[in-house]
Ligand binder design. Structure first.
Ligand SMILES: Nc1nc2c(c(=O)[nH]1)N=C([C@H](O)[C@H](O)COP(=O)(O)OP(=O)(O)OP(=O)(O)O)CN2
Length: 154
């Protein structure tokens, strides 16, 4: 089995609800995310996937969706206030813990057709959380269009 990992970075604010520690207050992180893909086969170039294609698909979504954004749980009372004031925020179904943000990125990557098996989010220099899932995409090749975005896998 082959594995490749790409690192991406983004800045985000958040706070945790149903939590008594200091992270119940609004605060921010310089997040470092490690995305690992797996395949039993390589393409004609000898690649599981071009590292650039991982970036083209996921970094763009992270930049548009998570970077310099305030990640809040849908039950956070701040959500209606930020919405009313037109302040940028991203509403999650779950508490915006490192575990749940890792899962969000994992699921987005899978939706885009990437054979991701693990996403690890380093929230601080000393704390990271991961979400893993079994490989369900039978990969033989990755076809990229002219813009370098992954358009098909399998
Ligand atoms: N399992 C999890 N635990 C915690 C999470 C999380 O996402 N998953 N998040 C936080 C805070 O948001 C923050 O990331 C960590 O805060 P803290 O533990 O205080 O980490 P520091 O390194 O800043 O702690 P210092 O003691 O101030 O150095 C909390 N827990």
């Amino acid at each position: 089995m082959y594995r490749v990992t790409r690192e991406m970075k983004f800045c985000y604010g958040h706070r945790l609800i149903n939590y008594e520690g200091k992270c119940r207050h609004l605060h921010g992180h310089n997040g470092r995310v490690l995305v690992t893909l797996e395949s039993p086969t390589l393409d004609h170039r000898g690649m599981l996937i071009d590292f650039a294609d991982i970036k083209a698909v996921l970094q763009q979504w992270i930049d548009d969706t998570l970077d310099h954004n305030m990640l809040l749980c849908k039950d956070d009372p701040l959500v209606p206030i930020l919405r009313e004031r037109g302040e940028r925020h991203y509403v999650m179904e779950t508490n915006p813990t490192a575990e749940n943000i890792a899962r969000l990125i994992f699921e987005r990557g899978r939706e885009a057709g990437l054979p991701i098996v693990e996403v690890t989010l380093w929230e601080t220099d000393t704390c990271h959380a991961s979400f893993q899932g079994p490989l369900t995409i039978t990969a033989v090749d990755v076809q990229a269009n002219a813009n370098g975005r992954v358009v098909a896998y399998g």
